[in-house]
Design a protein around this ligand. Sequence first.
Ligand code: COA
Length: 165
Amino acid sequence: MSETPQASVATRIRPATSADLDALWQIESTVFADSAWSRVSLAEELAAEHRSYLVLETVPEDGTAPAVWGYGGVFVVGAVGDVQTIGLLSDARGAGNGRRLMEALIAAAATRGARELFLEVRADNPVAHALYVSLGFAEIGVRPRYYQPEGVDAIVMRAELKENR
Ligand SMILES: CC(C)(COP(=O)(O)OP(=O)(O)OC[C@H]1O[C@@H](n2cnc3c(N)ncnc32)[C@H](O)[C@@H]1OP(=O)(O)O)[C@@H](O)C(=O)NCCC(=O)NCCS
């Protein structure tokens, strides 16, 4: 993550709002390219019920504008939740930010009442898979050739959430 050399920065996670649409669309289209959600779908997700979308941003202490580096979302109905997405710009990866964001999403799902959480991960994404395993997700199935046109399998994973996680 690069910032101006003079400015020290803090990293924080906060709820996304509709005002974040431009920044999140930039991240979505950069990170997921051909498989990115449309801007309209992203706007609908941010506005929809039963969801918590969070952004990870750096906040320079010199008062200049925060910079959004990543975001993720969960969908919860009753006691069942689903991780809808998580993505960070490449300069923000590999420094614990993905773990922090996933932990915040899990906490948000638990606050909404989720007692179990599902997600899907591409079989060719060992970084995300390792993160999910480390957070207590276990493989429960495979959707063959789920991601098209590449024909990559989706691994379905599930975690049980503790009440005060
Ligand atoms: C997946 C993603 C959110 C992880 O965030 P991150 O900031 O890179 O990961 P972190 O630095 O928090 O590391 C968390 C764990 O991921 C795994 N990991 C991170 N970098 C890794 C690497 N280069 N190789 C293997 N595993 C890695 C490790 O298990 C790591 O835990 P550890 O540090 O205790 O070993 C991020 O890489 C990303 O946005 N990738 C592109 C989009 C994507 O794949 N989204 C997921 C779709 S299902």
